[in-house]
Design a protein around this ligand. Structure first.
Ligand SMILES: [Zn+2]
Length: 416
């Protein structure tokens, strides 16, 4: 995707820590084919939203921390002598357009980022990924015209079945998890503000309606509903998104970076441990591929020392998007995983965010299908190494993990 001044991207997911709020120019006003960069100070934006446009205030523009019940969930993590690591990649959808200026959201079959993901998994057999998929991605009119896209990106459509089956195969082999990433990735409530923040300006009722749409598509596509990440980080500062997700029985939200999402208006949730926020587990993102190797290594070292979760963020999408998996970034990621292997060895435990959330929730993972095979080198070995920690609850996850190769038998409440 082109990130020039005349394009509004579906997913820039800016690192807000890098921005000067007072002088930010992320808001764009498109009128009569022209793009004007608006430079409006946050207090003015807040007044504009609440008094003129009558819209909710997103966390990035709120001048106070949201009212929320929070509890950091680090006890179990500190008692285990390994550290969880997950690579989470946003924006998976069936879009792959070749060539210069093309778009690759992991939508190819055996090519592009789809192939790169498979190679990465082959090269690092213990690696586990969480891919956040857009149920029905929408492009801007300009992008649609430029790309020549003429079909729907609804992942449940029969035309995308072969593509999705490839990813579902990786899910069955327990190499990846597919989480929900909004519905279309675009907000239409407020065309003057960032358009890729799907939940920034929604009321609770609007949020519930859009989550229901996304869930419907996931179910129609035959995908489990376990975890969620909101597109573009920003959410309504009343945190009603969390309530909607909890009421729909999501296991977790991956809704925070150090300075955005749940932390958009200030430090609300932990950056290295899961936090229970208004009754829902939040798993933080805390390492970005765009950072220098030195900064990444230092961050990981600090997380490991504190027995936190190493949660590395990347994007499908074209070069230019923050943390995008360009060829260069894929190589950088490979080198990073090698360094981690050398430096920390078996101390690192690769896992999907779902596995991590289930661990801290002390709930078993259930499947709507029978896993083809389970990797006895990872989960079961870990359970055997830490029986006192994982086995503290009868009928809990440890019991399930002990049944190597057999279908998981215990069920906890899951989105239906
Ligand atoms: Zn996204």
């Amino acid at each position: 995707m082109n990130h020039g001044a005349h394009d509004i991207d579906i997913d820039t997911d800016h690192d807000l820590s890098e921005m000067d709020y007072a002088n930010t120019s992320i808001d764009e006003l498109t009128s009569s084919g022209h793009t004007i960069r608006a430079r409006i100070r946050p207090p003015v934006k807040r007044w504009l939203l609440s008094k003129v446009l009558k819209r909710p205030i997103p966390t990035s523009l709120s001048d106070r921390l949201p009212t929320a019940q929070v509890k950091v969930l680090n006890e179990d993590l500190k008692s285990v002598d390994s550290v969880y690591l997950n690579l989470n990649i946003d924006d998976l959808c069936p879009l792959y357009i070749e060539g210069e200026g093309g778009i690759d959201l992991g939508g190819g079959i055996g090519v592009g980022l789809s192939e790169a993901v498979r190679r990465l998994l082959d090269n690092f057999p213990k690696l586990r990924l969480t891919l956040f998929a857009i149920p029905s991605c929408e492009l801007w009119a300009r992008q649609r015209k430029k790309s020549g896209l003429r079909y729907s990106l609804d992942i449940s459509l029969p035309m995308h079945r072969m593509w999705l089956d490839d990813y579902k195969d990786l899910v069955r082999r327990e190499r990846i998890e597919i989480g929900l990433h909004g519905f279309c990735h675009v907000q239409y409530e407020n065309r003057w503000f960032s358009r890729h923040t799907e939940f920034a300006f929604k009321t609770e009722a609007q949020t519930a309606a859009v989550i229901a749409q996304g869930m419907r598509v996931f179910r129609a596509a035959g995908l489990d509903l376990t975890g969620f990440r909101q597109p573009g980080w920003d959410i309504n500062s009343d945190l009603s998104l969390i309530d909607v997700l909890r009421e729909n029985h999501f296991l977790y939200v991956a809704g925070s970076s150090p300075n955005a999402g749940l932390n958009g208006s200030g430090p609300l949730v932990s950056n290295i441990y899961p936090t229970l926020v208004n009754g829902l587990i939040n798993i933080p993102q805390n390492v970005e591929l765009d950072w220098s190797d030195t900064r990444i290594d230092e961050a990981i070292q600090q997380i490991v020392q504190r027995c936190g979760i190493v949660s590395i963020k990347a994007h499908m999408a074209s070069p230019g998007t923050p943390n995008a998996l360009s060829q260069q970034k894929i190589e950088k990621l490979g080198n990073l995983l090698l360094r981690i292997e050398v430096r920390y060895g078996s101390l690192i435990r690769h896992a999907t965010l779902e596995t991590i959330a289930a661990f801290v929730a002390r709930k078993p993972i259930i499947r709507d299908y029978e896993p083809a095979s389970m990797n006895c080198d990872s989960e079961e070995a870990h359970a055997a190494q830490h029986p006192t920690v994982l086995g503290r609850e009868s009928g809990s996850r440890a019991d399930d993990l002990a049944s190597c190769g057999s279908p998981l038998k215990s069920h906890t409440k899951r989105p239906t």
